[in-house]
Design a protein around this ligand. Structure first.
Ligand code: AMP
Ligand code: MN
Ligand code: MN
Ligand code: MN
Length: 292
């Protein structure tokens, strides 16, 4: 089982179309892929059955930006019904927040004499505009040297052109995923700028809110941190998930399926053993694709 349960398409800030992402998943020998775009399920509406290689299960997913104690925390939902109205109402709100945030960034950029962000964004295929797109715009304009430079100097919390969004609460994200029949998973827990005690509190509050899983293995995670996440997973009786957070082939260190095996002590908490594992019946078969 090589299950990559965290990946993006160009409907959020990934660079690939869904068809190309699915082809890459097959090339990289995945048996299971969840498409988890930021705050949108638009990619899932475009899937043609013949894009899914034999032996590959495609699982409907999403990654919701949320707030916990003023920290931005990402919650992945897998095995969702993308037609669920509670979920879609929340996602439409999040997409509006993204557009408002982009408008604020555009205003700041214009004041500094950098024009054209809105036109640039309007030409993209995405449904959920993000800072990655703004970073690319800044590179194209010669304002930033790289994505890292753009985030560090311009788009971070205190960045010159950065703007924050008042995302939904972490509880609302979990509730919406649950309403849509999905499993809520705490995404990339070591990427938040919080202390270890705060992370412990986050994980236990996530569980109390109805969260069921935690990403234990993902790209670029060192073994010590992975071991720490395994402990948090076990002590909170969560399911252990794996996902690359793939965005683009250019970031070769975050490629599909590129992460360590789950630590042995987590093996019987692997998410594919969950009683409601979506790969066992809720994967995208032709009938799901056609809207059933
Ligand atoms: P957003 O959801 O629009 O606020 O943007 C967050 C996304 O930006 C993340 O999912 C990453 O894809 C990307 N990102 C965040 N920080 C960085 C960074 N330092 N360098 C490159 N990409 C980043
Ligand atoms: Mn992203
Ligand atoms: Mn994320
Ligand atoms: Mn992601």
């Amino acid at each position: 089982m090589l299950a990559d349960l965290h990946a993006h398409t160009w409907y959020s800030d990934g660079s690939l179309a869904p068809e190309a992402l699915l082809a890459r998943a097959a090339d990289n020998q995945l048996t299971c892929l969840a498409i988890t775009d930021h705050d949108t399920t638009a990619a899932l509406d475009t899937i043609a059955p013949h894009w899914i290689a034999p032996g590959l299960s495609l699982i409907q997913g999403v990654e919701i930006s949320s707030l916990w104690e003023r920290q931005e925390i990402h919650v992945v939902g897998i095995g969702i019904d993308r037609h669920d109205t509670t979920l879609q109402t929340l996602l439409l709100g999040q997409q509006a927040l993204r557009r408002e945030r982009a408008a604020e960034m555009d205003m700041r950029l214009k004041k500094a004499g950098v024009t054209g962000l809105q036109a640039y964004l309007a030409d993209l295929p995405c449904t959920a505009v993000g800072r990655n797109h703004v970073a690319q715009f800044l590179i194209d304009k010669g304002v930033a040297r790289s994505k890292e430079h753009a985030f560090k100097n311009f788009l971070g919390d205190r960045g010159k052109y950065g703007a924050t969004a008042r995302w939904c609460s972490i509880g609302d994200a979990v509730t919406a995923i649950d309403a849509a029949g999905g499993i809520a998973i705490l995404a990339h827990p070591n990427r938040y700028k919080i202390s270890n005690p705060a992370l412990r509190r986050l994980v236990s509050e996530f569980k109390v809110a109805g969260g069921q899983g935690i990403e234990v293995s993902y790209s670029n995670l060192d073994p010590d941190r992975m071991d720490h996440l395994a402990s948090l997973c076990l002590s909170n009786e969560l399911w252990a998930s794996t996902g690359s957070d793939f965005h683009t082939p250019t970031n070769h260190w975050m490629d599909l399926g590129k992460f360590r095996y789950l630590p042995a002590r987590c093996a019987d908490r692997a998410i594919w053993l969950h009683p409601e594992w979506p790969g066992r019946g809720k994967a995208m078969t032709a009938s799901v694709i056609n809207g059933a």
